[in-house]
Write a protein that binds this ligand. Structure first.
Ligand SMILES: CC(C)(COP(=O)(O)OP(=O)(O)OC[C@H]1O[C@@H](n2cnc3c(N)ncnc32)[C@H](O)[C@@H]1OP(=O)(O)O)[C@@H](O)C(=O)NCCC(=O)NCCS
Length: 227
């Protein structure tokens, strides 16, 4: 874990808050939602097969929660601001400077910008909060819509085999993508990881009745116990 205080942020129910979605860590109680998404024949064509019973799905999440505690993996439910579940997305396979993401599913009824918003937030989370320099992921060759999506975002295919294209996406290229998609982002998102980190930390600390004094240029902050 590159950011030692990250656990504090992740312990909050909504670690990520974007323009029109929230992303919170998956709970065992989300098993039926995930099972429904992953059992949808229109959605699961290009995904690994899923455990077919609710109990097995709950057990899968239970085991995942252990990996989450060890900061090896973060699995998010994407929700509307009013709390409607819209989809899921997961970061995993953390290597030295690169992370993988996938298990990305969004239900058909979700607003059209949910896909873009969720991906922007995944990259902000992994590049700017976790501190990775690169993302790696693979997409089935027949999943042409998703391949086009990643190419538009700036990801590059570095190799292929019979079934998959293997992509990488660099943090420095994400900086360019962020500008291109700024209408989907808030000023905090545009301010970089430090600003987001501070704002998350600020909310967290407020709960614990600390007063946070933030340097106007966001270069440092100090804490003071509230009397
Ligand atoms: C992958 C998945 C989450 C993507 O979500 P999606 O809503 O289908 O994403 P889309 O590519 O249709 O993008 C949504 C909208 O944003 C638009 N859009 C996407 N990227 C865009 C971009 N870079 N710039 C502008 N508009 C963009 C799309 O055109 C679309 O708008 P439209 O509905 O008016 O055509 C979804 O298709 C899904 O759940 N698929 C099944 C599971 C799966 O295959 N997962 C990926 C495994 S690698």
């Amino acid at each position: 874990m590159k950011n030692p205080q990250l656990q504090n942020i992740l312990n909050q129910s909504f670690p990520i808050s974007s323009k029109s979605i929230n992303m919170r860590l998956v709970q065992v109680s989300d098993a039926s939602f995930i099972l429904e998404l992953r059992s949808n024949v229109n959605k699961n064509k290009f995904l690994s097969p899923t455990t077919q019973t609710l109990k097995a799905q709950e057990e899968w999440i239970y085991t995942y929660k252990q990996r989450e505690k060890e900061n090896k993996e973060f699995y998010f439910v994407i929700e509307s601001k009013s709390g409607e579940k819209l989809g899921v997305v997961r970061t995993y396979d953390f290597r030295d400077n690169s992370f993988c993401w996938g298990s990305w599913i969004i239900k058909d009824e979700a607003p059209a910008d949910t896909a873009i918003q969720s991906v922007l937030q995944i990259y902000i989370f992994a590049f700017e909060i976790l501190g990775f320099e690169q993302s790696h992921f693979d997409v089935r060759k027949q999943n042409s819509k998703v391949i086009a999506f990643h190419k538009r975002f700036g990801a590059k295919i570095i190799r292929e085999d019979e079934d998959n294209f293997y992509f990488i996406f660099l943090k420095k290229d994400f900086e360019i993508t962020k500008t291109k998609y700024k209408k989907y982002l808030t000023p905090t998102d545009m301010g970089g990881g430090y600003a987001r980190y501070i704002s998350n930390q600020y909310l967290l600390l407020l709960k614990h009745t600390f007063i946070v004094k933030i340097d106007p240029n966001l270069s440092h902050y100090t804490l003071q116990k509230a009397s």
